[in-house]
Design a binder for this molecule. Structure first.
Ligand SMILES: Cc1cc2nc3c(=O)[nH]c(=O)nc-3n(C[C@H](O)[C@H](O)[C@H](O)COP(=O)(O)O)c2cc1C
Length: 203
C-alpha cells in the first residue's frame, strides 16, 4: 500500500490539530499494513508556487524540449506521479477563511492536469485517479451541521475536487469547534481520534 501524506497547517507538529491527527491516521495505516510505503509532503515547509500558465504550457507535447519549462514540468510531474502512484491519500487540512489553506490550493492546482489526472470526454469530465482518500480537517467553528454549515467550503470543496479527479472513496475526519474552549477542543480531538481508530479497525 502506497500512502501519500499531505499536511497544510501553518502550525507546527505540537500545536496543529490536523498534523497530529493526520499523523495518527498514517501511523495506524502503517501498523495495519505491513507493506505500507510513505511519501510525505509538508506544503508549508516546502511551499509550491501559485499556478501560472507555465504549468499548462509545460505539459503540452510541443513544449517538451523547451528549456524554460524544465523546472516547472519537473515539479508538476513529480507531484502528479506521486498522486497517481498513491493507493491512499491522507490530507491534513485546517479551515482558513472557510476553505483550504492557499498552500493546499497551490498543490491542487499543480496536480489537476487534463490528460493526467482527469480528462474531458463527450459525456463530460472523467477522473483518471483511483484509490482512497482520508481528509483530516479542523476548524475553530462547527460546519458539519448547524447555522454555519453553508460556510463549509473546506470538506465540500476537497471532496468535490477529489471526486472530480476520480477518487470517490473518501472518509472525512473532523475536529471542529476547537475555538469554543479547551473542553470542546479536547472533546473534538477525542472524537476525531475515535473516528480514526474506527476507520482503521474497519479497513
Ligand atoms: C488564517 C486562519 C484562518 C482561519 N479561518 C477559520 C475559519 O474561516 N473558520 C473557522 O472555523 N476557523 C478558522 N480558523 C481556525 C482554524 O481552522 C483552527 O484553529 C484549526 O484547528 C486549525 O488547524 P490546525 O490546528 O491543524 O492548524 C482559522 C485559522 C487561521 C490561522
Amino acid at each position: 500500500m502506497k500512502i501519500l501524506h499531505i499536511d497544510a497547517s501553518a502550525s507546527n507538529a505540537e500545536t496543529s490539530h490536523t498534523r497530529r491527527l493526520s499523523n495518527e491516521l498514517v501511523e495506524r495505516l502503517k501498523a495495519d499494513h505491513a507493506d505500507a510505503t510513505l511519501v510525505y509532503r509538508d506544503l508549508v515547509a516546502d511551499q509550491l508556487p501559485h499556478v501560472d500558465m507555465t504549468i499548462r504550457h509545460a505539459w503540452l507535447p510541443e513544449n517538451a524540449d523547451d528549456p524554460a519549462l524544465v523546472e516547472t514540468r519537473g515539479r508538476s510531474k513529480t507531484l502528479v506521479e506521486e498522486l497517481k502512484a498513491a493507493d491512499v491519500v491522507v490530507i491534513g487540512a485546517p479551515m482558513y477563511n472557510f476553505t483550504v489553506p492557499s498552500t493546499l490550493k497551490a498543490w491542487i492546482d499543480h496536480v489537476s492536469i487534463a490528460g493526467q489526472t482527469f480528462s474531458y470526454t463527450a459525456e463530460g469530465p472523467r477522473g483518471l485517479l483511483t484509490g482512497k482518500a482520508y481528509l483530516v480537517i479542523s476548524s475553530g467553528g462547527i460546519y458539519s451541521q448547524g447555522p454555519f454549515a453553508a460556510n463549509d467550503h473546506l470538506a465540500t470543496y476537497l471532496e468535490a475536487i477529489l471526486r472530480f479527479l476520480g477518487i470517490s472513496d473518501i472518509d472525512t475526519i473532523r475536529a471542529e469547534g476547537i475555538a469554543y474552549g479547551p473542553e470542546q477542543d479536547q472533546a473534538a480531538m477525542a472524537r476525531a481520534s475515535g473516528q480514526i481508530g474506527a476507520l482503521s479497525a474497519a479497513a
